[in-house]
Design a protein around this ligand. Structure first.
Ligand code: HEM
Length: 227
């Protein structure tokens, strides 16, 4: 998520394409294993449905934030970032709940099994990169370079790694996420309304954050060569 006005160079785009294709293939390979995994327990299934709901609503605004980060016009990029914070926290909360139940030896979550090895290894990396990406972006928008311009380097570096990790993650779950998210509208299992309300609530909270941040004039946009 470049913060300078210049578009990414043609060379970096040409270099990135095979890398993205490669990580996409890795993700597809992982998807062939994760899609078939059955869950069984209704509580564990409900958690997977909430995770996938949050995932599906994240896709479009995340993609828009990547695009606005690579082009001039940072306010849209920053406001989209603020909009994304609550749904991303909901996603992390849902997978964090499963993680905690699994490692606190809840028999139902143990029976549901951990994510497949590739996704199990990628999970913590993706969480760390997501937190770094959002934290550095928010710091830059609130304080500009008041605490040094290293934050910009961290923001860009974490973006490149995050983008590659997310490509694997989305490719791996491209079939499972919509299947789980749509399952609720098909069988209306217990808690479907609550799951939907949580996701809608996180989006409304995102809109409220954007409205709050709209009047804020970021010191970052006053820096030469940005905005
Ligand atoms: C900031 C964005 C995101 C972060 C930080 C994130 C992180 C995670 C983590 C840590 C897990 C648990 C480990 C695992 O099961 O692989 C997970 C699970 C999952 N994610 Fe994401 N994810 C994000 C976005 C997405 C998106 C855009 C999709 C859409 C395809 C997605 C689909 C899924 C699915 C289907 C699961 C497994 C649900 C289950 O079986 O319980 N995620 N995510």
């Amino acid at each position: 998520m470049r913060a300078t006005g210049a578009e990414p160079s043609l060379y970096s785009v040409i270099f990135l394409i095979p890398v993205v294709v490669l990580v996409g293939v890795i993700g597809y390979w992982a998807s062939r294993r994760s899609t078939s995994r059955s869950i069984g327990d209704p509580g564990v299934e409900a958690n997977a449905r909430l995770t996938s709901y949050a995932a599906m609503v994240l896709l479009l605004p995340l993609a828009a934030d990547v695009v606005t980060g690579a082009r001039p016009g940072l306010q849209a990029h920053a406001l989209l970032g603020f909009f994304l914070v609550p749904p991303v926290l909901l996603k992390l909360g849902s997978v964090g709940y499963r993680f905690a139940r699994y490692y606190s030896r809840d028999p139902r979550y143990r029976a549901g099994g951990p994510p497949d090895l590739a996704m199990r290894l990628l999970g913590p990396v993706l969480v760390l990169l997501t937190v770094t990406l959002f934290a550095t972006g928010i710091e830059l928008w609130l304080f500009g370079f008041a605490f040094g311009n290293e934050w910009l380097i961290w923001h860009k570096a974490s973006f490149v790694l995050w983008f590659l990790a997310m490509t694997v993650h989305v490719a791996a779950y491209a079939r499972r996420a919509p299947a789980l998210a749509l399952a609720d509208s098909r069988d209306r299992r217990n808690g479907a309304f609550e799951r939907r309300s949580l996701v809608v609530g996180s989006l409304l909270f995102g809109v409220a954050l954007v409205v709050t941040m709209l009047p804020f004039s970021s010191p970052f946009t006053l820096l030469p060569d940005v905005g």
